[in-house]
Every structure is written in C-alpha cells, then in structure tokens.
Design a protein around this ligand. Sequence first.
Ligand SMILES: C[S@@+](CC[C@H](N)C(=O)[O-])C[C@H]1O[C@@H](n2cnc3c(N)ncnc32)[C@H](O)[C@@H]1O
Length: 433
Amino acid sequence: MNTRKAAFLVISEIENKKNINADILMEKYHQRLKDPKDRKLFVELVHGVLRFKNLLDYYINFVATKGIKDKKILNILRVATYELIFLDKIPEYATVSEACNLAESVNRHQKGFVNAVLRNMIRRKDEIEKALERIKETNLKDFLSIKLSYPKFLIEYLEQSYGLDKTIRILEFLNTKPLQSVKINTKKISREEFLKKLEAYGYEYDLPELNSEIVYILSGNIKESDLYKEGYFYFQDLASSLIVKWNRNDFENAKSVLDLCAAPGGKTFNCAEVTKGFVVSCDVNRSKVDLLRENLLRLGFDNVIPAECDATVLNEDFIGKFDIVIADLPCTGFGTIRKKPDIKWNKTHEDIESLHELQVRMLDNAAKYVKNGGIIFYSTCTLGHRENEDTVSSFVERHEDFSVVYQKTIFPDEYQCDGFFIAKLKKEGKVGV
Ligand SMILES: C[S@@+](CC[C@H](N)C(=O)[O-])C[C@H]1O[C@@H](n2cnc3c(N)ncnc32)[C@H](O)[C@@H]1O
C-alpha cells in the first residue's frame, strides 16, 4: 500500500468518528506496509498531521481562500503541507507529485487544484509566516492555537489551572515525539542483566532519572524481540510508574490490592512485582481483560486475579476488603497527547465535566472497598484542575473519614514524560479494622 494514501485514509477515518481507537486503526494500516522505512514515515505523517492540524490548515487556507469542502482532498493537502513544513529530507517536487497522484485517484478533477495550492504555498511561504507573526501581535491565544495547534478551549482551560507561561511550556512539550518507554520486569530479570541484553541485541537506550527500572528504547522495534516474548519488560511511561515507585512501602506491605480500572495493566504489574499480597485487577472492557490475562502469563505474575467489572456499579463482595485501591480512572488524557495527538481534536469542554462526575462516582465506590486505615491512590493521565484537584476535593467533601496525604501533578515539561496526577487518600481508623 502507498504510505501517503494509508496516512490520509487513517486521518480521514479518525476525523469522521469521535470515539475511534486511533492506535488500533493505525496498527491495521501499519501491518499493510512491509518496509520499516514506510512504516516510520506513515506514523510520522499521521501523528504529524494530528499534532499540527491547525497550523497546516492555516497554510492551506491562506492560499485556498474559499476553503476545501472535500475532506479527503483536505487531508491529502494536510499530509503534503506537513511534509513541506516539517520534513526536509523529502524533495518538494516529490511531495507535490505524490499529492497530485493521490488527488487524482480520489477525484480526477481535483489534481490541478491540489497542484496549484501546493505550488502557491511553496512560493508564498515567507508571506504566510509573516502573516502568522502579525496574528501573534494582535491576538496571542489565536496565534498559539494556530502555531502550537491546540483547540482554544484547551489553552484557556489549562491557563486557568497553571497560568499562560506554564501552559505554553506544557503544550510545546506535548508536541514532541515520545520515546519508547519500557519498565523492566524485576520478577524475571535484574536491571543489570536487562541492560546487558539490550546491548547484546543492539538496542540503543537512555535512562530517565526518576525511576531506574524504566528504560527509553531509542532504536528498533523491541516488541518484536525475544526480550518481549520472555516477559522481561512491559510498556509503561515513566509518569505512570511513579505511584508504586514513590509508595513502595505501602505496596510491599499490602495484603490485598484492588486495581479498579486496570487495563492495559501497567500499575497492576508494578504492584504485582513488589507486593507480598494479591491484586484484584478489574476493567469493564472484556477484550482488555483478556489482553491483561495474556500479559500476566507472559510476565509470569501469579498473584493477580483479573476480572471483568464495572467500577460505577457497587460490588458488595469488595466492601471493606482491600488495604489499597488503585483508582487510575478514565479521563480526558491530555497528558498523553504526545502519543495520542488525536486527543487534541476529539475531547471537548463537556468531556472534562462529565469525566469529573464519573471520577467522583467511581471514587464513591472505591471509598467503600478500602479497609479502615487503608489507602486510595487516585490518578489520571490528564492535566487541568477539574479532573484532578477538583475531583479530590469533591471526594474529601463527601467522605470526611478520608484525608489527603498528598497530591501532585507530574508536569510533562519538567520530567520529560506524560502529564500525570497522583493523590494519596487515607481512610481513618486502625489499619485493617
Ligand atoms: C486510564 S486507563 C487505566 C490504565 C491502567 N490503570 C494502567 O496503568 O495501565 C482507564 C481504564 O478504565 C477502563 N474503564 C472505563 N470505564 C470503566 C468502568 N466503568 N469500569 C471499569 N473500568 C473502566 C478503560 O477500559 C481503561 O482501560
């Protein structure tokens, strides 16, 4: 399959369906491309266009002043514009010619139009950039929304939480490409041995500061290696590994842990590695629970009980049973925009509010599952006060027997990882009573 065709088809599909899983869709097309170079270009183009959609549209609309109604033609132009602005190894003539051929295959009358738009854009590049600078002088938020390519509501929402300068630093970082991050499975292999194996297999790697068991793989597809099959590691972002890392004592001593929304399983695995007790690992999605089961076998954890369970429905069997409840709840996921840039365009202000309400409801159940003296770790992979600090304060207002031990935002620009939020909530009373 043609790489650019795969890219514009995926982008069009993601744009048409709000709740589509972009990763699964990309994987489908990824497999149809055989050459690793094509696969790399495909990911670069899809993520690049989703990352910088507003900026690309600004360039396109500058020259195509009447706008473009045909969505497929628009997406062919976005892919080509991304190449022209960001990819200096592809000659301009090749980009234009590929885009014209694709346009012809979609609608043969549009080939000339696509050619004219792209040639015009190349010729007027300086003029377009100067006009963008003028927007910066007159309306900073409009400029940021175009240049950094985020919906304006999101810029304003994060500004309310963290101020404008911090918001800009966060949004700039979330536009960078993520590194492949893996957590060493210390149940199966020591850190030293794992790093030796990486070297023997020829993988380049880097080590972040906050967790010595997280490794950034800089080259190659490690999922296809024997190291994966052997269960020596699992994929996990640094931020997500910090709950267990920073509270290791609590997890080591817990006899029973409930992971309320567990799939794909990162925190369950962290916990299974250190606890002497057992982990009940729930998710509402059956296929995700099946996948979790497969990973538990691969990783060799025998202290985890996976279960299909809805966290919004009170489970009588869980009441008062757990020393720790991990409530890593559904959220808008703004902290993961590096890996899932489609989140920029498919989440709304209403989603923030409805997810906040869902989180409060799920925490109400979590409160009943934890023993006296036990702990709830509430976390999200999103940024902004409504789903983080506000959810915590709604929770403690409703549950006076809980206190906030600490709450912390992991800012992505400071730690070079996903944006994340952790709150440690302790239930009063003697432990285990
Ligand atoms: C943020 S992810 C959890 C990530 C996981 N804790 C980890 O570390 O890998 C949220 C999960 O919540 C699950 N979920 C959504 N609604 C749920 C519900 N009502 N009950 C249980 N799980 C739910 C989703 O299927 C998704 O896997």
